[in-house]
Design a protein around this ligand. Sequence first.
Ligand SMILES: [Zn+2]
Length: 339
Amino acid sequence: MLFTSLKLDSQGKQQGFMQIPYSHNLGGWANVMIPMTVIANGDGPTVLVLGGNHGDEYQGQIAAMKLARELTPEMITGRIILIPSLNFPAARSATRLSPLDGMNMNRAFPGQPEGPVTSQIAHYLTTVLFPMSDVIIDIHSGGRSMDFVPCSHMHVVPDKEQRKKMLAAMLAWNTDFSFLYADIAGSGLLPVEAENQGKIVVTTELGGGEGVPASVHRIAQSGLRNVLIHVGLIKGVEHTRESLGKPPAILVQALDRNDYLLAPESGIFEIGVDLGRMVQVGDCVGAIHHLERPDRTPEPIIARSSGYLITARVPCLTQQGDCVAVIARQVGIDEVLSA
Ligand SMILES: [Zn+2]
């Protein structure tokens, strides 16, 4: 069962681990050790910062590591718990899923106290870290499979007061796009468990693919810091897109299954539209080429909705059923708050 030597209720700065007994062939009494930093100073919000929910998404892991090194108790009011690489075994092996149990951390909630390693981590968050937190920040990118327009994102939660706070915190990331998304690929998500506990949940999709441009690292790091100022954890002046001389964020949503385009057959995927560009219903956004029959006409991927191409598949080699593109239509803040 998962344990930690960190004292979550103590003041000051502590560096330690979440530890899970994990026996393997060359380590009979071994533990999986997941780095965790806790910093507390007086009264204020408790914020949980998570990177590496998916192991192959490193921009958030780096942003959380840097913050964990830099922050001192004097710089904050309240408490921050940073876990840069939540699915640590997956981060070490550059995989989305855990190599220890094959589980996707973001489908493992609420988790089990005596389950596989990934499930035990989920259970500890569900029963210990979420209940003590006011704000939960879960930093994602598209990993090796998808590339996103760098964006903060959220679910349209049913509670309107919670939704309003989440929207404001999402916009505080100051990305060019902010994205309202739906769960088309299963249940057991980390943000859903945190939302169900009534928390302010801020998530992102900051680019993707195996490489991370410097500009995306800057968005990850400046956005995280600004959200922490926004929620009253870090002392400082909050930046807005206006104060940075930028136009308002483009708020988009993909809440319909038709917005998520899947490969109808296996082959070599060619994207035909640049990320962040507008497409209309009926536009061809890409094609699946036939590796074994190049003489056959490629299978077109046709947009079933109009909006911005918010994400597209990265690896060309594609299996039937892989998500290859997502189209998100622009919405107004009032429409989101009143929906
Ligand atoms: Zn992810």
